[in-house]
Design a protein around this ligand. Structure first.
Ligand SMILES: [Zn+2]
Length: 236
């Protein structure tokens, strides 16, 4: 049997599947990887700096200007998000999603067992009084109208610790899985890529990505467009 069919068969027969997703999953929804917009707006600054805790503290305006370009409020979930949500909602499989994406598209598609590993752009709060504010408040002003404090998203910035709850959830999601499907990520960002070390010894791994990734475990590699592959997944 060819590899693609074997991978589809594995998804069909596995009961506990955990999807680990990255930027490539949001690209078909029109959301570019932030690294690609860097050249357009900030030729002199690295996106890693603009998205760092250091930048938020030292040059908050620069941080805000960059992070506000990452909002794509019009973006809708695509076939990949939808198929993953259908597997969870319309079958008796136990599905978990751990995403690096901060766009909430998995949530919009209906995924329930979801860990947003790096937080989300859609939750904002005041650094001074900690009160939550709406996204539209943050997008219209970076300062809290009640107290004048600086507003921020709950995205985990470079130099910040992961949210403890997310880390715990992500580890359990990987520990419990019979099958791990890595989609649309080069799988190089730590500690996200280290999650693979928590898998069960006999867990199977599928990688769906444009390029091969370096992974310390045997896996089925499906090269190419994840949308095509996900359209072939049957939901009974
Ligand atoms: Zn405030």
């Amino acid at each position: 049997m060819e590899r693609r069919k074997q991978a589809l068969e594995l998804i069909k027969k596995s009961q506990k599947i955990t999807f680990l997703t990255g930027a490539g999953v949001s690209v078909p929804s029109g959301i570019p990887d932030y690294r690609s917009i860097n050249g357009l707006y900030h030729e002199l600054e690295h996106p890693e700096y603009l998205l760092s805790h250091e930048c938020l503290m030292k040059e908050p305006e620069k941080h805000d200007q960059f992070i506000k370009k990452l909002y794509h409020l019009e973006a809708k979930p695509n076939h990949i998000h939808q198929k993953i949500a259908q597997l969870e909602l319309s079958t008796d499989k136990q599905i978990e999603v751990v995403t690096q994406n901060i766009d909430q598209l998995h949530r919009k598609a209906g995924s329930q067992n979801l860990t947003e590993f790096h937080g989300s752009l859609m939750e904002c709060y005041c650094l001074k009084c900690k009160q939550q504010v709406s996204v539209s408040d943050y997008l219209s002003s970076s300062y809290h109208e009640n107290c004048g404090g600086h507003l921020r998203t709950n995205v985990v910035l470079y130099g910040e610790a992961l949210h403890e709850k997310s880390l715990g959830q992500a580890i359990s999601a990987v520990e419990n899985a019979d099958l791990i499907v890595i989609v649309g990520t080069s799988f190089q960002v730590h500690p996200f890529c280290d999650l693979i070390f928590y898998r069960k010894a006999n867990a199977q791994v599928i990688v769906v990505n444009q390029e091969a990734i370096s992974l310390p475990v045997a896996h089925f590699f499906i090269k190419g467009d994840a949308t095509d592959f996900f359209q072939e997944i049957m939901v009974d």
